[in-house]
Design a protein around this ligand. Structure first.
Ligand code: V47
Ligand code: SF4
Length: 386
C-alpha cells in the first residue's frame, strides 16, 4: 500500500482521487470515470491502482492452463477487415478443412499428457454444419470424457444455428448435450455498430454476440469475452463495449475472463493502421481490471503480446496468461503476432511468471487449481515432459 499511497498523495486531480477512493472501497466506477482514466490518468496511476485490485483479488497468483488448439478450417465466409483469414474464402483452394478423423488424430496426440482443455476455433466454413461439429464433440468426449471442450466463437455459432434453422436456445442446447462445455471469447471485437460496420459488417452483431453468451450462461455454461482494440475505435467505444459486458455479467455471472486483444496489422486489409504502443496496451488491461469489477479474471494472450510484454502486463491488472499452447494456432502468427510460431512449454511459462515474482498456478478452464508451481524447481519441471 506504500507505493500506492505515495502515488495518490501526489495526485492533485480530485476526480482521480475520487476514483482511487472508490476502488479502495470496492465501489464500482462509472462509465464517465473509466473514460476519465483513459483521457487524463497516467499509466503509473492506473497501473498502481489496477495492481492493487489484482492483488486484492488474487494475490500474486498467475494462472495458466495446459490446453491445445484445434482449428478445423481456415476458410471463412465472412470478411472481417482485420483478419488475415478473410481473404482466404476467395482463394479457398489454398485453405484447409480437417475431417473428424484428422481432428481426432490431433486429440489422440495428447493421450496420456496432462492437458485439461481443448480450444476449438477457426474460420466459418459453409459446409461444416452443426451436425458435423456435434459428431466431433461426441467423438472427443467418447475418447476422453474428462477433457473440457471450449469451442466456437459466437460468430461460428450464429452461422451454424442459422444454417440449421435452429434458434440460439435450441442450437446451444444441442451442442451442449453433444459435449460442448464452454465458449471462448472471440468474435466480440467492438460492439458499437458504427465501428463494427467498418471492420466486420457481415458477421453477428453486438446484440447477437451477447445473446449467444447469455444463452450459454443460462444453460450453466461459462464463457470468456474479448475486445479487439487499437484500430478505429475511440475510448468511448471501449468503455461502451466493457459496459455491455459488465451489464450482462451482473445478470448471469457466466463470464470467467476478459481478454483484451491488441489489433495486429500484418497481412490484412487494415495494415495501414499503426499498432498501439505497449503503454496503450497496458492502459487497456489496467482500466479493464478497474472497470470490470464483476469479472474474476483478466487475461493477456501471450502469443499476441510477446513474452516480455506478457510479463509486464502482470503488474497492470492481468492475472492469467492463457496456456501452454502448441504451434497449431495460425490466426495470430498470420496477423503478425510477436510469436511467429507460438509455443511455450509449461517449464518456460512457469519460469516466465516466476521471473517477475508472481506465483504460477495451473488451472482448469473453470479456474479450479490443478497445481501450484511455487515450490517446484525449474529442473524438476524440465524432468517432467508434457
Ligand atoms: O475474435 C483476429 C482476434 C479473435 C486479429 O476465450 C485478431 O480463451 C488481433 O478470441 N489482430 C479470436 N486480433 C481469438 C480469441 C481467443 C484467443 C485466445 C483465447 C480465447 C479464450 C479467445 O482473434 C477474434 C479477433 O478479435 N483477431 N485477427 C488481428 N489482426
Ligand atoms: Fe472469419 Fe473470424 Fe476472420 Fe472474421 S475474424 S474473417 S469471422 S475467421
Amino acid at each position: 500500500m506504500d507505493t500506492i499511497q505515495s502515488i495518490f498523495e501526489t495526485t492533485t486531480d480530485a476526480q482521480l482521487t475520487q476514483i482511487a477512493e472508490q476502488v479502495f472501497s470496492n465501489t464500482r466506477i462509472s462509465n464517465e470515470q473509466a473514460l476519465y482514466l483513459f483521457n487524463h490518468a497516467s499509466l503509473s496511476f492506473v497501473g498502481a491502482l489496477a495492481n492493487w485490485k489484482r492483488e486484492q483479488l488474487h494475490g500474486h497468483k498467475t494462472y495458466f492452463n495446459r490446453n491445445f488448439h484445434i482449428e478445423p478450417t481456415n476458410v471463412c465466409v465472412f470478411s472481417c477487415k482485420f483478419c488475415s483469414y478473410s481473404r482466404l474464402y476467395a482463394n479457398r483452394e489454398e485453405g484447409w478443412e480437417l475431417s473428424i478423423e484428422q481432428m481426432m488424430h490431433m486429440v489422440q496426440k495428447y493421450d496420456g499428457k496432462p492437458v485439461t482443455e481443448v480450444h476449438i476455433v477457426g474460420g466459418v466454413h459453409p459446409k461444416m454444419n452443426i451436425h458435423f461439429f456435434a459428431d466431433l464433440l461426441g467423438a472427443i468426449k467418447a475418447h476422453r470424457p474428462e477433457l473440457h471442450i471450449k469451442g466456437f466463437t459466437a460468430v461460428e455459432l450464429e452461422y451454424m444455428f442459422r444454417k440449421a434453422k435452429m434458434t440460439v436456445e435450441e442450437g446451444m442446447k444441442f451442442l451442449h448435450e453433444a459435449g460442448l462445455d464452454s465458449l471462448p471469447g472471440g468474435g466480440a471485437e467492438i460492439f458499437a455498430p458504427e465501428i463494427r460496420q467498418q471492420i466486420c459488417d457481415d458477421k453477428v452483431d453486438g446484440a447477437g454476440w451477447l445473446h449467444i453468451h447469455k444463452t450459454a450462461h443460462l444453460l450453466g455454461m461459462h464463457s470468456n469475452a474479448t475486445m479487439l482494440f487499437g484500430h478505429l475505435e475511440n475510448y468511448e467505444h471501449r468503455v461502451d463495449h466493457m459496459h455491455q459486458l459488465r451489464t450482462l455479467q451482473d445478470e448471469t455471472k457466466g463470464f470467467n475472463t476478459f481478454i483484451p486483444l491488441k489489433f495486429r496489422n500484418q497481412d490484412n486489409e487494415m495494415s495501414h493502421i499503426a499498432e498501439t504502443s505497449v503503454l496503450e496496451d497496458l492502459m487497456v488491461y489496467a482500466i479493464a481490471r478497474l472497470y470490470l469489477d464483476n469479472f474474476p479474471h483478466i487475461k493477456a494472450y501471450w502469443p499476441m503480446l510477446g513474452r516480455q510484454n506478457a510479463q509486464l502486463s502482470l503488474a497492470f491488472g492481468v492475472n492469467d496468461l492463457d496456456g501452454t499452447i502448441d504451434d497449431t494456432t495460425k490466426i495470430y502468427s498470420m496477423a503478425g503476432s510477436e510469436e511467429q510460431s507460438p509455443s511455450l512449454s509449461t517449464a518456460e511459462l512457469v519460469s516466465l511468471i516466476k521471473q517477475v515474482n508472481r506465483q504460477p498456478v495451473e488451472r482448469d478452464t473453470l479456474y479450479n487449481v490443478v497445481r501450484d508451481y511455487s515450490t517446484v524447481t525449474h529442473e524438476e519441471l524440465l524432468a517432467e515432459t508434457i
